[in-house]
Design a protein around this ligand. Structure first.
Ligand code: HEC
Length: 262
């Protein structure tokens, strides 16, 4: 019984394997506060990239330096510190005479300090397969999950106040699915394109039921018939979930981080 107990202690003391010496005098939280679970695993992976940059990202480093060659003591010394750096960006920088994002600033160190190339598209260098994204459509977002004929028949654009970026009028087609290149501000953001990349879509049953009831009333139709019409027109990959809010909670329980970008 002794060995597992010892291992457990070691794991708690050095979650990423190896601590910065004398960390009490450094800025930021102690390594021992890195949590267990997916967040801790990501923290350790990030830390490995900073400490062993060339080994971890050989295609991006053109000299023998690693990030912590200059950002001493894992970026926790007062000068060149990374502590709190996310909160300091976006930031105006006279050198580029522009407001820089944190991605841009890190890319600058890759280019100038590491004589290398920045990570793909100045993001985190992850691939689609590294991410699990779940989008839950609820309340006024439900028409996004339905195919164009429903938009024309029920005039979703008018009711939900969704404009078609091409006609600049209330949408009578689903403007977020099967679009032509350049119709949406970010390439690849249409529902069918995201779904093909593995993004999962849920649609709230409470919202489907409540809204089909509202439409039925104003159009003199039966609520269950409208709901059936809508359900039959759900885009491929859109799954009905009993409640959108609970689906978001369930997703978080599985390790996803909630992000509202409205
Ligand atoms: C050759 C030295 C050197 C290397 C290697 C280096 N940097 Fe830098 N980095 C700097 C200098 C110098 C600054 C500017 C420091 C300042 O403004 O206080 C800086 C600034 C930054 C900043 C902005 C800090 C702030 O508070 O605005 C970030 C973030 C950063 N570096 C990340 C990285 C990352 C990530 C790597 C590895 C991929 C890296 N750096 C490699 C020298 C380096």
């Amino acid at each position: 019984m002794r060995a597992p107990f010892l291992l457990l202690l070691l794991a708690a003391a050095a979650p990423c394997g190896g601590q910065v010496a004398g960390e009490a005098r450094l800025l930021g939280s102690a390594d021992s506060t890195i949590p267990a679970g997916p967040l801790g695993v990501s923290s350790c992976r990030g830390r490995a990239l900073l400490l062993a940059t060339r080994d971890s990202l050989p295609g991006h480093v053109g000299n023998r330096l690693r990030c912590t060659s200059c950002h001493l003591e894992a970026g926790r010394r007062a000068s060149g510190t990374w502590v709190g750096v996310f909160a300091r960006y976006p930031q105006y920088r006279p050198r580029s005479n522009s407001v820089e994002t944190i991605d841009y600033r890190v890319s600058d160190c890759f280019r100038r300090s590491m004589n290398g190339t920045p990570l793909a598209s100045e993001t985190y260098g992850t691939t689609d397969a590294d991410n699990s994204v779940v989008v839950v459509l609820r309340h006024g977002g439900i028409p996004i999950g339905m195919d164009t004929p429903m938009w024309a028949k029920y005039k979703f654009g008018e009711f939900f106040k969704i404009h078609d970026g091409v006609t600049n009028a209330p949408a009578v087609r689903n403007p977020f699915s099967k679009v032509k290149a350049g119709e949406l501000p970010i390439p690849g953001m249409a529902l069918d394109e995201l779904s093909a990349k593995g993004v999962l879509f849920g649609i709230c049953n409470v919202a489907l039921t409540v809204h089909s009831g509202i439409f039925a009333k104003s159009m003199g139709l039966r609520a269950d018939a409208v709901r059936q019409d809508w359900v039959a027109s759900l885009l491929p990959g859109v799954q009905i979930v009993p409640s959108g809010v609970i689906a978001v909670n369930r997703t978080q329980e599985r390790g996803c981080a909630y992000c509202f970008a409205g």
